[in-house]
Design a protein around this ligand. Structure first.
Ligand SMILES: Nc1nc2c(c(=O)[nH]1)N[C@H]1C(S)=C(S)[C@@H](COP(=O)(O)OP(=O)(O)OC[C@H]3O[C@@H](n4cnc5c(=O)[nH]c(N)nc54)[C@H](O)[C@@H]3O)O[C@H]1N2
Ligand SMILES: Nc1nc2c(c(=O)[nH]1)N[C@H]1C(S)=C(S)[C@@H](COP(=O)(O)OP(=O)(O)OC[C@H]3O[C@@H](n4cnc5c(=O)[nH]c(N)nc54)[C@H](O)[C@@H]3O)O[C@H]1N2
Ligand SMILES: [Mo]
Length: 667
């Protein structure tokens, strides 16, 4: 903390599930945060993203819930404010009665993910683990298959320092839309462009990032697998591959299969012309080093693990790995893999259930069934797959607790609501999964109303349980935030961050990787130390629209807000999802621009508003996720697993963008 004129200035890192993990400064006067800016102390830009206004309004918005509540009848809206004592006592009594009834804590389930990725937020897992064996979700909706792909190929999940992009001659933004979802990497991309680098975007949708690129390649959703094979084929044919065969396993086999693959079928799968592929292959051949950024959108398809593996191989076999400005960035799990998370009290007997298929677990687990659900940092009744089933199964839950800041779709179906603090009201440490940054969130103001941090809630519940039934929980509720953080900052972590102690973060964020190129010594962290080329499957399993459901539904991430967060905050948010469709496709179905329509498939139907958009392919419809009041699009998504994910995250990923629908006018 420091002072600037009349302002107290505190350091923060945006704790949301976002590439950037932006450092921020909060300016507080008279006990109120008046504004926030970017913290430039580690070279980050002073500009914050367009979510900034919403970030501050999460603190002060009149719809923020500041007191614990109890609902009389789920979904009734009949909420009653209660004291923390009553809220915690009700929950504790329920836990103890379930334990007595089932002689087990397994009926208790935690469904937690990314509302706030802060270190101390993992106390919620610690609170559950302190009770014995419980049920908990495992996996992630974001990036499982890509993580596995890179782990299999390189042996690890590491990104290069994005500042190295300045050295790139070619930057391929493949299924990622950083102009919306990672705006702080855009200056590196512009800097590269100014130095003569060519910027390429590969996306089925002409995005904001595509607008800023030199070349845009449109393809079919999921057509990237075929495109990667085509590029390898072309480059091999033109003798443009260049790699050290001692550093690679499986290249000969892969290339033999690639050469045999029929190009016409691949072109059809990619939805691209031979000319476009040849042009892209030439760009790769002529511009070295090339950096490829594989986004999470790219891998929300059933075959995406293979796709990312092929893209890794493309980079490796074109000599783009181990050179500054080259590489394939996806995600970096270095911090999470190194932090000990001592207070999480991890245990081998946890019953893990797939985060991407929660309805299935509710339905199939009987011995014992899930009876109690604690949701933190998630809005599952809006954002998950299998929503129709999830709603049906909800009544089997005897108690649902939601810890959040707002009355989300999930909270509306809870029994108890626990109000949590924001990143401006409690201490925490935040790391990034993409750009090597780690920093502090220091409290700028005391918690508003009676909001509490997730870790304080964990302490309250632990203490109450142990009062009612001594020995129920082993969670270290007596340890302060500072003591828990100190125990996490082992000498190994401090060395990794080039700091002496965690308190150094009060001076500004730290970086956890050197800025040198990755894999420069040609040694990989796979079992044999080599880069592993994937092998081609006999048949691709790309999913395509069909006669009954002729449209591929894409629901990419929004510019103005993150996921379903802050959707209660945005002014003028439309009631129904806006669905973009090409006018010619729309007119064939008698749809009218700006008019209501029904989007449907075997899973259900949803009311939407039609938005004609000239630059969309005729068999794609698109709707920005979280960008309406009612939402509901996930009702149409049953939940298809991706081909990889278990290795890195414990569960397969989910193919959010392999959804097929039909449309009719409403009324
Ligand atoms: N502003 C903002 N930032 C965010 C978020 C947010 O909601 N808003 N969410 C955060 C989270 S949780 C995540 S996971 C990330 C996600 O951020 P991104 O990685 O950018 O992912 P998406 O928005 O899912 O998709 C990116 C692009 O992939 C394209 N795409 C879809 N299918 C395919 C395909 O088959 N091939 C190719 N080549 N492209 C395809 C989409 O059209 C889209 O333009 O962003 C994080 N940052
Ligand atoms: N159709 C479709 N569906 C998708 C996606 C898609 O692209 N298309 N993307 C998927 C992806 S990648 C993701 S990550 C999910 C995410 O979707 P969401 O579940 O919306 O994820 P988050 O943005 O992490 O926010 C979850 C909740 O955490 C709350 N929260 C914020 N801070 C805290 C805190 O400190 N404590 C607690 N207890 N709660 C807090 C927020 O208010 C919010 O309600 O959506 C998935 N669903
Ligand atoms: Mo995500």
């Amino acid at each position: 903390m420091f002072f600037h004129g009349n302002y107290q200035v505190t350091r923060h890192i945006c704790p949301r599930n976002c590439y950037d993990a932006c450092p921020m400064l909060a300016y507080t006067r008279g006990g109120k945060i008046e504004y926030i800016t970017g913290d430039t102390s580690d070279g980050a830009s002073a500009r914050l993203c367009s979510k900034r206004e919403n970030i501050l309004s999460t603190v002060y918005h009149p719809r923020r819930i500041l007191y614990p509540q109890k609902q009389h009848g789920r979904g009734s809206g009949n909420w009653q404010q209660i004291s923390w004592e009553e809220a915690i006592d009700t929950i504790a009594q329920k836990i103890l009665s379930l334990k007595a009834r089932y002689n087990s804590m397994l009926p208790l389930c935690l469904n937690k993910y990314s509302g706030n990725f802060g270190l101390l937020h993992f106390a919620v897992e610690g609170m559950f683990n302190g009770l014995g064996a419980t049920t908990q979700t495992i996996g992630t909706p974001c990036f499982s298959s890509g993580l596995d792909a890179q782990r299999l190929d390189f042996g690890d999940n590491i990104t290069c320092d994005i500042r190295q992009l300045r050295e790139s001659r070619l930057i391929i933004l493949w299924g990622v839309n950083p102009a919306w979802t990672s705006i702080h990497t855009m200056p590196m991309i512009y800097a590269a462009k100014e130095r003569g680098a060519k910027i390429v975007v590969i996306d089925p949708v002409y995005t904001e990032t595509a607008r800023k690129a030199d070349y845009y390649f449109e393809l079919r959703p999921g057509g990237d697998t075929a495109l990667a094979v085509l590029l390898l084929q072309k480059l091999a044919k033109n003798n443009r591959l260049s790699y050290n065969s001692h550093q690679v396993t499986g290249a000969d086999e892969l290339l033999a299969a690639v050469k045999k693959s029929p190009a016409d079928r691949l072109l059809d799968a990619a939805g691209m012309s031979a000319k476009a592929v040849a042009f892209l292959a030439d760009l790769l051949a002529q511009n070295h080093p090339a950096h490829i950024w594989c986004g999470y959108g790219l891998q929300r398809h059933v075959q995406s693990g293979l796709t990312i593996r092929l893209i890794d191989a493309l980079a490796m076999l074109t000599g783009n790995i181990g050179v500054p400005g080259g590489g394939v960035n996806f995600a970096d799990t270095g911090l999470v893999d190194t932090l000990p998370f001592k207070f999480m009290l991890e245990r081998p007997d946890t019953r893990f259930v797939d985060i991407n298929n929660f309805a299935h677990s509710l339905k199939t687990l009987h011995n014992p069934p899930i009876k109690f659900l604690w949701i933190a940092g998630r809005n599952i009744l809006r954002q998950d797959a299998g929503l129709t089933e999830l709603h049906k199964l909800w009544s089997q839950l005897e108690c649902v607790v939601v810890a959040d800041k707002f009355m989300t779709h999930s909270a509306q179906m809870a029994d108890i609501f626990l109000p949590v603090t924001t990143e401006f009201e409690s201490l925490d440490i935040i790391g990034s999964y993409f750009i090597h940054r780690l920093g502090i969130n220091e409290p700028a103001i005391p918690p508003r109303g009676e909001a509490k941090s997730d870790i304080d809630i964990a302490r309250l519940l632990t203490n109450r349980l142990n009062e009612l039934a001594p020995g129920t929980s082993t969670f270290p509720a007596h340890l302060s935030d500072e003591a828990l953080i100190t125990a996490e900052f082992t000498p190994e972590i401090c060395e990794m961050l080039h700091i002496k102690k965690w308190q150094d973060l009060y001076q500004g964020p730290a970086r956890f990787r050197p800025s040198a190129a990755l894999w420069q010594d040609g040694k990989f962290t796979t079992a044999d130390g080599k880069f592993h080329c994937c092998q081609l499957a006999d048949k691709f399993c790309q999913l395509l629209p069909n006669k009954k459901y002729p449209f591929h539904l894409l629901t990419p991430h929004a510019q103005q807000h993150i996921n379903s967060q802050s959707h209660p905050l945005l002014p003028n948010l439309p009631e129904y999802p806006q669905v973009s469709i090409h006018p010619s496709a729309g007119q064939k179905l008698h749809l009218q621009d700006k008019h209501p329509a029904i989007l449907w498939n075997d899973e259900g139907s949803v009311t939407v508003t039609i938005n004609f958009r000239e630059d969309l392919a005729p068999d794609i419809v698109m709707s920005i996720q979280g960008a309406s009041i009612y939402g509901g699009l996930n009702k149409l998504y049953k939940g298809l697993s991706t081909d990889l994910g278990t290795l890195a995250t414990g569960a397969l990923g989910t193919a959010f963008y392999d959804v097929f629908v039909n449309i009719r006018p409403k009324g």
